[in-house]
Write a protein that binds this ligand. Sequence first.
Ligand SMILES: O=C(NOCCO)c1oc2ccncc2c1Nc1ccc(C2CC2)cc1F
Ligand SMILES: [Mg+2]
Length: 335
Amino acid sequence: GELKHDDLVNICELGQGNGGIVWKYCTFTNIDDQCQWFWNSLSPKKGIYLEVKPAVKTQIVRELKVLDRCNSPYIVGFYGTFAAEGQINICTEYMDGGSLDLILKKVMRIPEHILGKITVAVLRGLNYLREHHRIMHRDIKPSNILVNHHGEIKLCDFGVSAQLINSTLQTFIGTRSYMSPERLEGAHYGIMSDIWSLGLSLVEMALGRYPIPPPSIEDIDRLFDVDPYGNQSRLQGYGCYNVLAIFELMEWIVNEAPPSLPQKHFSPEFCDLIDRCLKKSTTERADLNTLLHHPFYKRYETESDNQDVSLWIEQVYKKDQSLTNGNNNNQYSRC
Ligand SMILES: O=C(NOCCO)c1oc2ccncc2c1Nc1ccc(C2CC2)cc1F
Ligand SMILES: [Mg+2]
């Protein structure tokens, strides 16, 4: 339905999203002129600030309404969108486990069986977007994969509005790039580019650090000589980890060999899936259908529920809470 700005009263600020402030909202409904709060409909609103003509904003809002018909267990729920105060506001389902980049900051790295569930969810989400909406995601990375305490894993921030893609500096990359070599070279790109981004994201979550430039064997041993919740400081784990400037990084992705997983620490199926996702040539890279039949995917697709993910998420936040000696600013706290 048509959400108006005064339908939403902001409760508190969730934290700085990389696209601006992400707010946690409640919607309230007038019943016999009495306002009633429905806590169950907590919905963080995303505000994307755009300096574009009103006609362009109207078109973006119209295009985003496609999200009303976007229903999949692997896609974050959509509650409505409206333009206000120079922003495009997008109200979505609240995912109380946050995004995987946030989770990764709390643990050294994500174990393979959890990454298996993440792979299943992302591939099914990509397949849903392609089969039902004929779109690719365009921005697969850990911060755009959200989880909740039920163990559900869902995608967000995908390119559903062509006008919004044109209006925002989609070329703006930030400090890291999950973009495929062909996309960085300005060549035509499509779903195969999402497959590269998935591969790179999985390697980052498996190792616990952005994998370009690839860590040396010594770095790997240092990263893995502590348990996933090791107390060793992250910096020690990195060894001579140098952060490349964004342009050097893009050059590396285009010119150097792609990263891979160390066979010593991961299953052959996982290593093989990563190698197939990170082929620099799109003709050699695995496509979506191939991956939906890959042994690594097959190993996890049968598990119907995500109780293991739910338990793991709970552990992550419990450990985090104990570290922050109980101040309740964790993701589960209601404002
Ligand atoms: O947020 C975006 N980029 O993040 C940049 C900084 O944080 C973004 O970029 C787009 C480009 C084209 N069409 C849409 C979007 C969109 N937002 C978006 C898309 C889908 C959903 C689905 C309900 C889950 C929610 C969204 F907020
Ligand atoms: Mg995002």
